[in-house]
Design a protein around this ligand. Structure first.
Ligand SMILES: COC(=O)/C=C(\C)CC/C=C(\C)CCC=C(C)C
Length: 580
């Protein structure tokens, strides 16, 4: 009896402060290199409570000289740090909302750790979430990225982190003065924090899954490609974003840094040395800096994502030194269990507001060919004549030859952005993978979240309530993974949505635990031959879909349909994948 009492104390000593084996306080955790953190209890969605340690600093505040610098490890905290409150989001101008305003803080490099109330002696799998938001917006906080549904299971530890956004996260002079990729380096440092400290919360640092949505998905894929992130995780879930999307890499960062400086009224912005440019940009008021990003827009809020990851010169601290497309084509990255996710109407993230806002739509239609061409982000090697011809092919294919967004053509517009922005990159990422990796040894998995519920992000993207009108849109799968009390009301506990949450969260947790989906219909292994043999499809994937006929109201089935013909139209237009 006494023996097991001491054994229990020994286990608990690593996760909470103890004196002579007596726990002082469950809510105080003291990782030796971090210092002591006092967390709080939060209410679960189905369970009574779980523990939250929020606003933990993982890097020095990136202020003053540290603005546009690689993140620096946070020194050990003294005393007992109050980790019971979430910190502000990273300062951002959120172009995803119909009226973008600036909010948040420049001092924002904090992370949140959530764990079940009762921790077993077995270390729990850890799931680290990287939020999306186009590299210019998003939140790691519990009012948008609430961990309640994961905590209801009592089976995992969830970590969310904030990372620098927009110019502060991604502006670059492409040299040592402002190397860029700060947002990704922040994520990397947060992952290092998890590896070094999560055991003190009861987590298993050898069983870490990173998952992210949209540019969070892009980020997860980039971590898979970057040697800097080697050894920091054991599985990856990339939702609605891969490293080869057209908004993943900035091809002209220095030009953009100079333009930003010009819009900040910095004198001589276009010919200052990069050292002087960096000094001047470090001294600019943060609101002026963020508003300067508006000057980079060619129309309304487009391109939505201006500040992006960059290819850095080779160096000790570089995160990405080779273009992701090259790495993907060569298979030059680590092989860990990989789950890819998508939704049917990804393109709605931009299309809904253009269609619903009459002023915007009319303005778009008044310069339709020009704006459509610009939106497509063609590679710079095509000349004006080629672009004109390629745009015509798109208008014929997706708009039935009609040069206008209207009720008849809107679905075509939606399909166009969906395929160009998300599905063609997804298909290419898979093609590259099956070409270069033995998928019998290193399989990957895919899901499509098609469940149509009573709320939708479509109504967040525009002023009107358009839930359902555009189908299942970009971010809608998040509704069933994270509680977002500032965006959506809670679902009734006995609703179909509550069941979807339980099932979808379980799907993710099983992947984190076992490296593959469990207790769902099996998928056949994806090979190059299978992919090639399905001109109207893709390899098998799990589809989450409504089903009024069964008691659950939804089902998971195996599907293989994909807009492959349109993917190929794009691949031809981009002159990619000639031999596939
Ligand atoms: C939550 O959303 C995100 O993280 C991502 C974005 C806001 C980027 C959305 C990107 C587009 C609308 C552009 C798609 C790209 C082309 C059509 C070239």
């Amino acid at each position: 009896m006494l023996g097991s009492f001491f054994y229990l104390c020994l286990c608990l000593a690593s996760i909470s402060v103890s004196v002579f084996g007596l726990k002082l306080d469950d809510l105080v955790v003291c990782p030796p290199n971090v210092g002591c953190l006092r967390g709080t209890y939060m209410k679960g969605y189905q369970v009574e409570k779980f523990q939250a340690f929020m606003g933990i600093p993982y890097a020095l505040p990136p202020l003053g000289e540290l603005r546009f610098s690689n993140p620096k490890v946070m020194p050990k905290l003294s005393g007992i740090y109050n980790a019971s409150l979430a910190k502000s989001d990273c300062i951002q101008k959120n172009y995803l909302l119909p009226t973008p305003i600036i909010y948040g803080e420049e001092d924002c490099l904090y992370l949140n750790v959530y764990r079940p109330e009762r921790i077993s002696k077995l270390r729990l799998p850890v799931m680290v979430y990287i939020h999306g938001g186009g590299f210019f917006s998003g939140s790691a906080g519990p009012s948008v990225t609430g961990p309640e549904y994961f905590m209801d299971t009592g089976e995992v530890i969830v970590v969310t982190m904030a990372y620098r956004l927009g110019a502060l996260g991604f502006l670059s002079t492409q040299d040592a003065n402002i190397p860029g990729n700060f947002g990704l380096k922040d994520q990397n440092l947060a992952l290092r924090w998890v590896r070094n400290n999560i055991a003190f919360f009861g987590g298993n640092p050898q069983r870490v899954t990173i998952f992210g949505q949209s540019v969070g998905g892009v980020s997860t894929h980039l971590h898979l490609l970057s040697p800097k992130s080697q050894g920091l995780f054991q599985a990856v879930i990339s939702m609605s974003g891969t490293a080869n999307v057209p908004f993943a890499v900035n091809s002209k960062p220095l030009e953009q840094a100079r333009k930003t400086a010009e819009f900040c009224q910095i004198e001589g912005a276009d010919n200052l040395s990069t050292a002087k440019l960096a000094r001047a940009l470090r001294n600019i008021d943060v609101y002026t800096l963020i508003n300067a990003g508006d000057g980079l827009k060619f129309w309304d809020v487009d391109h939505m994502t201006n500040y992006r990851p960059v290819i850095e010169p080779v160096g000790k601290e570089a995160f990405l030194t080779i273009h992701p497309n090259k790495l993907l084509a060569k298979g030059g990255y680590r092989k860990v269990p990989w789950l890819l996710g998508t939704v049917p109407e990804e393109g709605a993230v931009r299309v809904v507001n253009i269609k619903e806002n009459i002023t915007l739509r009319e303005d778009f239609n008044s310069k339709f060919d020009y704006l459509l061409q610009e939106l497509m982000e063609w590679p710079s090697e095509f000349n004006a004549q080629q672009l004109k011809e390629k745009t015509k092919i798109l208008i014929d294919e997706f708009f039935g030859g009609i040069h206008e967004i209207n009720d008849k053509t809107v679905q075509g517009f939606l399909d166009l952005i969906t395929v160009r922005g998300f599905k063609q990159p997804l298909y290419n990422a898979i093609t590259d993978y099956v070409r270069s990796v033995d998928t019998n040894k290193y399989p990957f998995y895919m899901y499509s979240f098609n469940y149509k519920g009573p709320v939708s992000y479509a109504s967040i993207y525009t002023q009107a309530n358009v839930t359902g009108k555009y189908g299942v849109v970009h971010c809608d799968d998040l509704i069933y993974l994270f509680r977002s009390p500032i965006l959506f009301p809670d679902f009734a506990k006995n609703s179909t949505e509550a069941k979807v949450i339980k099932t979808f969260v379980r799907y993710f947790i099983n992947f984190a635990k076992f490296g593959k989906p469990q207790n769902v219909p099996p998928l056949s292994c994806c090979t190059e031959e299978i992919l090639k043999s399905r001109p109207e499809g893709i390899c098998d994937y799990h589809e989450f879909i409504n089903n009024k006929q069964n008691t659950e109201g939804f089902e998971i089935r195996v599907n293989d349909k994909f807009p492959t013909n349109r993917v190929k139209i794009w691949s031809n237009l981009l002159e990619e994948m000639k031999n596939f």
